[in-house]
Design a protein around this ligand. Sequence first.
Ligand SMILES: Cc1cc2nc3c(=O)[nH]c(=O)nc-3n(C[C@H](O)[C@H](O)[C@H](O)COP(=O)(O)O)c2cc1C
Length: 429
Amino acid sequence: MEPAETLLRTLLLIDTFIPIFFRSGKSLLCLELTLNYFRHFAIILVGYIGQTRKEDAMDARYATKTPTRDYPSLARKNWSLWDVMYARRSHRKYIQGEPPADLFPSMLNLIELSAKARKSSQRSIHLITRKQEIEELVRRSCRGITNMINRWMLKSPIFGLLVISIPEKDLIRERPRGISQIIMTAEDCVLFLTERKVGSCWLGAINRNEVRDFMRLDKEKVTPLMICMGHPKQRTKSPDVDYLLYRSLSRKRKPLSSIAHDGIYGKPYAVQDLKVSSITPAARQDVESLLQSMYNQDYQVCDASLELIIESCLEAARIAPSAGNQQEWNFIVVTETKTIEKVREACGGRHSWRAAIIGSAPETGLESLLLDRPFWVIDLSIAFSHMTLMAASMNCAHELCVQDIDEVTVGKLAGLPSKIRTLGVLGIL
Ligand SMILES: Cc1cc2nc3c(=O)[nH]c(=O)nc-3n(C[C@H](O)[C@H](O)[C@H](O)COP(=O)(O)O)c2cc1C
């Protein structure tokens, strides 16, 4: 770790503890502080070791969010979805200001449209916009040892929150149901906010009981995640949580060769020289229009090669956000006709596919362990939101299967180790 980064991390710890320490002398709080200190320390240590190992294992030069290739230059017209996807990052510092006029009504429309396109439950995403409610919700969501990491929110003038609620039984099932679609809708909202230059951040470290009680939801519901939004403060090199996490997380992404596999798990996907002529992307590249085409299944002519479609979808997944930036996902690209057919049958695909991308991840990870959420499902669903929007941006008809798939058969066809679960398969039509 660079000395500057060590200093910044230390300052982050101090920033978290000192104010609370001075506010109260209660012994319980001191105990909580001590435990929290160790938790921070453990996260930093594990993150650091993990990062170093990963960087050793791959080539550190490629562990960045730098585009794998200049995709927009391959298009005849504006392929601007890329700009939005690369511009999106988690913001943890905001400035005062009113939300853009019409933001909330158009966001509610977007949620409705996305829920239809993704077959998710629109009632699972709650938009909170009243100042007092936001303040109270932020205060309550940070309660508890594991959630203090988000205390930066207390100092931030956030102007909106999205709260995700789902039936608890769906969260703890062996194979969580229905969450994927809801998470995809939530990530659609994140990209929609990015288009409007509104900053946002996914929040997993929240006190879900406090949030559920505040929302007056019944006890069968859980609120595993929130997304905050506001006017992002321009990044400066000041030792604050936003800059620290931007440096250590936002800029870092695994290369395609370590998250994608060619035909079978373990055979790295190789980024090749593409023989591409210019492609014609969808005329309207905004998230709303893309969701509309997905919902209507109405695309213009797709002139992108299969190789470019696959690589673009993988790249869109690569730059998606994941809890703690773990990027534990694996995408297995299947292009062999017979195997495609078997995969399609195993997940109930209704159309004929030219290729399949299987999305899998290990069920447990550091974040899941600490926060007790199925992050393998959550992170992969976010990636699927990016992949499907990217396919639509190339006018590429596709079919995403996440419900009722025969996980064992798909796992065998992809050569997945038993600890790696498959969430869904994207079929390219
Ligand atoms: C499901 C999920 C939960 C997250 N929870 C938190 C959180 O509680 N606090 C936080 O500051 N960031 C949180 N993040 C943001 C991630 O740390 C961030 O997405 C990741 O480091 C990649 O950075 P980027 O979003 O800037 O590209 C979360 C992200 C996801 C996808």
